[in-house]
Design a protein. Structure first.
Length: 426
């Protein structure tokens, strides 16, 4: 099968775009150029002058299957990812049952092979059933395809457990990926500890709840030599300690989510669950620190933390609803509109943070437009403005405060291994 994407534009290293066509054959990028004869191809797709990028790579999604299929399924979650331009996603293990044995992990991968429309790499947990202090058999899980190890959704509360897990992960050359949250500092908090929490009469979450556990883990990472990756960084203190750790030569990488780059706690209009996420929306200084952290390389990539929930459970107050926000279908549009269009970020930087860097830091052979690479591509309409419409979501979740926002950068087409995974049509 020979496929041609014609009339496209690709970003160049001087932050300009140039006309380009992509020749795809046997699931790989065969050539990038112009003037390829259409008659020689089995399929021809017209990009209509729009931007072609590497398929985006999201190292933090929740697909909810098995165990919570009323929130999301592998089929729906990966269709949502494709609609957002993502061609590779890394799925968190807070499932039921938790994939903490090779047998359970194989069952998840069997369903992925059956239902996924994008590449899915499945995380395994650090400890059995996430909440215990008993370490999993990392080697057995790696043999079954474990991408990396994380207890995302909860922080590892005991330093000794984290130290032993890091030693094992370092021996196995796998990343240890951390949701950082010291539960002894939570005090029942549901949103950022700040002026807005007081106005709404809600208990706050201290910034140090996150940053103190990162500081602990960074010293443990230095002692063990593990690749330590920090999930969804949200505070200025976290950025500071990660920056210092990188200067000290500790092998640490970090991600930030679009909602933490765009929104702050003062944007929360009312006590409504769509605004409840973990980590919570922080303050102005935190948001600025996250942006600066991306720009200076302290934070390595952007990840959505796509976390769908049922509409009924998220339509409650902060005290009653679960944490989480969906993001697969809106991430590129929001980042492009709020940062590239305004001149804060370049298009090259955004492609690096959403495709190139997440692949590089985890050693994945994706996220690039080069001859011989997998034909994982996305086409975005960067000149056309649209409105985020929950009725168009392919995810089962609609829990996001961004509905109704005007954005540019809608996905027109997504290709995975040379095959069309999302096509907007006319």
């Amino acid at each position: 099968m020979k496929t041609l994407i014609k009339n496209g534009r690709i970003n160049t290293r001087n932050n300009e775009t140039t006309a380009a066509e992509i020749w795809i054959e046997a699931g790989k990028i065969k050539a990038i150029g112009t003037g390829f004869p259409e008659a020689e191809f089995d399929e021809v797709f017209d990009a209509k002058g729009q931007l072609i990028t590497p398929g985006l790579v999201d190292v933090h999604v929740h697909l909810r299957e098995p165990g919570f299929t009323y929130k999301e399924t592998i089929a729906a979650g990966t269709k949502a990812a494709a609609r957002g331009g993502f061609t590779t996603v890394c799925a968190m293990p807070n499932l039921d049952p938790v994939p903490d044995t090779a047998e359970k992990l194989k069952q998840v991968y069997d369903r992925i092979k059956q239902d996924a429309v994008v590449n899915v790499l499945q995380y395994a947990p650090i400890t059995k059933n996430l909440r215990s202090e008993e370490l999993v058999d990392q080697e057995a899980l790696i043999e079954e395809g474990a991408f990396a190890f994380t207890n995302d959704g909860v922080g590892v509360q005991t330093a000794g457990t984290m130290y032993l897990a890091m030693k094992e992960a370092a021996k196995n050359n796998k990343a240890l990926v951390a949701h950082t949250e010291d539960e002894s500092l939570l005090f029942g908090g549901v949103m950022h500890e700040g002026k807005r929490a007081k106005e709404l009469g809600l208990p706050g979450i201290l910034s140090v709840t996150e940053s103190s556990q990162i500081a602990r883990d960074l010293l443990l990472a230095e002692a063990t030599g593990v690749h330590y990756h920090v999930c969804h960084v949200s505070t200025k203190e976290s950025v500071r300690v990660i920056r210092d750790a990188k200067k000290a030569g500790i092998h640490v990488t970090a991600e930030v989510s679009p909602h933490h780059l765009i929104l702050i706690d003062e944007d929360i209009p009312e006590d409504f669950g769509f605004w409840k996420m973990n980590p919570p929306l922080r303050g102005k200084e935190d948001r600025e620190a996250l942006i600066e952290g991306l720009l200076d390389g302290t934070i390595d990539c952007i990840a959505t933390d796509h976390a769908p929930h049922g509409l009924e459970e998220k339509s409650r107050s902060f005290l009653q609803s679960p944490f989480g926000i969906v993001g697969s279908e809106t991430a590129f549009q929001l980042i492009y509109t709020h940062f590239v269009e305004t001149g804060r970020f370049t298009l090259e930087q955004v492609i690096d943070w959403m495709a190139v860097k997440p692949a590089e830091i985890f050693g994945l052979d994706v996220g690039t437009l080069r001859i011989g690479a997998p034909a994982d591509l996305a086409v975005f309409a960067t000149a056309h403005e649209s409105v985020i419409d929950k009725d168009e979501f392919l995810s089962k979740g609609e829990n996001t405060p961004f509905v109704g926002w005007k954005v540019k950068g809608e996905t027109l087409m997504t290709f995975v291994n040379g095959k069309i995974a999302w096509f907007k049509g006319e």
